[in-house]
Design a protein around this ligand. Structure first.
Ligand SMILES: Cc1ncc(COP(=O)(O)O)c(C=O)c1O
Ligand SMILES: N[C@@H](CCCC[NH3+])C(=O)O
Length: 445
């Protein structure tokens, strides 16, 4: 199978896909469709690759680099456990993600709490359980965390989220380090330096260091290098004025994956060595000793490990104005289980999952069942002309920002997530039921 599929996917002689040793027809029968399938071996191997390559690359300089799995890309308590088994740490973006991570047994000191608008309750909970880092996102938040830490009688470990001004990433909505967006504190205006000073001066805060995340689905290693250089310069500038070398620098996540066959992705090994070199060069230029580094990949660990299995319903053919025709292949999910196509114009591919066909390929569009014409899962794909009701379709690379962004639009039930490994399937998240849906609704008396 091509590189967009997770490593254990294969097509049997009968034409049906197997993943983790499980036949997709059996998975569909047991768990229903749509179904998110996570290839556990693949996801763990990707986590381990980041760990090993970054450890090796920074180790050459006698330095350390920790990997924090960005749990927003996909989280369940079992996934938190896998990440811990692989010796990763974890970043969470809310109190909800924090609870799931803790439930999975992720030790609080391995957890970093993010958020541009953390509530007092989230800050308090994080400090009470003893998270390893709170990443401050605004000047106003510094006093709030300081006050809550004072009340709890603890010293809060804090990093400052820096907007380095490096413009990178795919869609505008997933770029996060240019000036005109909501995250972080600007390096250019001096807000980041002000925040570092304030955290350093605050009685109940411990200044761990600085953090940046330049965006998501980034293909340019130069962008990572540039942001590393700017971060090290900020650290050196603060050391020059205060005599304090911040012990930690986090360079964020955002490593691109291939969504469609032939698309480019970032190789973690190349990224690791390039980034370690960039930090080494920046330290040479700006001076100072090596900080403890960390990174926060999400999509690059969970994305390629996942696929979505759909059941085909209605198939319709329309005539195109420019000539030719297109098949609209409607599946039993859509924008409620994959928000990425409608939100970012993301590209995906699809394949018949339970059989092969000799039928001529036809220009097709995989659409959902929502009452919305933008409800597209795969905009353009060649599918055999005989795809019909009852067929199974598989869409690869949906492991990141799929189930976590799912919703109940049009009263659809969010699909289950199963992990597969060595011929066994394990339910990670169960499917919504109609009772769930009715339970949230407050019925009239
Ligand atoms: C602070 C932070 N860290 C890490 C990530 C993970 O990004 P990705 O899944 O693209 O690696 C994100 C999301 O973009 C983020 O906002
Ligand atoms: N949800 C986005 C990424 C958001 C990154 C979080 N800062 C995506 O699917 O690409």
């Amino acid at each position: 199978m091509s590189a967009v599929w997770s490593r254990t996917v294969e097509r049997g002689d009968d034409g049906a896909l197997r993943v983790g040793g499980c036949d997709v027809r059996e998975l569909a029968g047991e768990f229903g469709t749509p179904l998110y399938i996570v290839d556990e071996e693949d996801m763990r191997a990707r986590a381990a690759a980041f760990r090993d390559h970054f450890t090796a690359a920074f180790g050459r300089h006698g330095a350390k680099c920790d990997v924090f799995y960005a749990s927003k890309s996909f989280l369940s308590s079992r996934v938190a456990r896998w990440m811990l088994d692989e010796d990763l740490n974890m970043d969470v973006a809310s109190g909800g993600e924090l609870e799931i991570a803790l439930r999975g047994g992720m030790p609080p000191e391995r957890i970093a709490l993010h958020g541009n608008n953390k509530s007092d309750a989230e800050i308090e909970r994080a400090l009470k359980v003893g998270v390893g880092r709170l990443v401050v996102d605004s000047l106003g938040e510094i006093g709030i965390i300081d006050a809550i830490a004072f009340e709890l009688g603890v010293k809060a470990p804090v990093m400052v989220r820096v907007t380095t001004g490096v413009h990178a990433g795919g869609h505008e909505y997933i770029a996060t380090s240019h000036e005109d967006q909501k995250f972080g504190l600007s390096l250019a205006t001096g807000a980041a330096m002000d925040a570092v000073r304030l955290v350093h001066a605050a009685e109940n805060l411990e200044l761990l260091g600085i953090h940046t995340h330049i965006g998501s689905q980034i293909l340019s290693i130069d962008a990572f290098r540039e942001s590393a250089t700017r971060m090290l310069k900020l650290r050196a500038d603060f050391a020059a004025e205060s005599g304090v070398e911040m012990p930690e620098v986090d360079l964020g996540g955002g490593y691109a994956i291939a969504y469609v066959p032939g698309a480019e992705s970032i190789d973690p090994q190349v990224a690791a060595f390039e980034m370690a070199d960039a930090v080494a060069e920046a330290l040479e230029a700006a001076g100072g000793s090596w900080p403890r580094l960390s990174i926060e990949p999400g999509r690059a660990i969970s994305g390629p490990a996942g696929m979505t299995l759909y059941r085909v319903g209605v198939v319709k053919t329309v005539q195109l104005e420019e000539g030719g025709e297109r098949a609209y292949v409607a599946v039993d999910g859509g924008m409620s289980d994959n928000m990425r196509t409608i939100t970012y114009g993301a590209e995906y591919s699809a394949t018949l999952a339970a059989r092969l066909s000799d039928e001529h390929p036809k220009l097709s569009r995989v659409v959902g069942k929502h009452c919305e014409s933008g409800d597209i899962v795969v905009r353009n794909v060649e599918l055999p002309g005989d795809v019909d009701r009852g067929d199974l379709l598989a869409v690869p690379a949906t492991g990141a920002y799929g189930r976590v962004m799912a919703n109940n639009y049009n009263g659809l039930l969010r699909p289950a997530v199963v992990s597969v490994r060595d011929g066994e399937a394990t339910l990670l998240i169960r499917r919504d039921t109609m009772e769930d849906l009715l339970r949230w609704d407050v019925a009239p008396d």
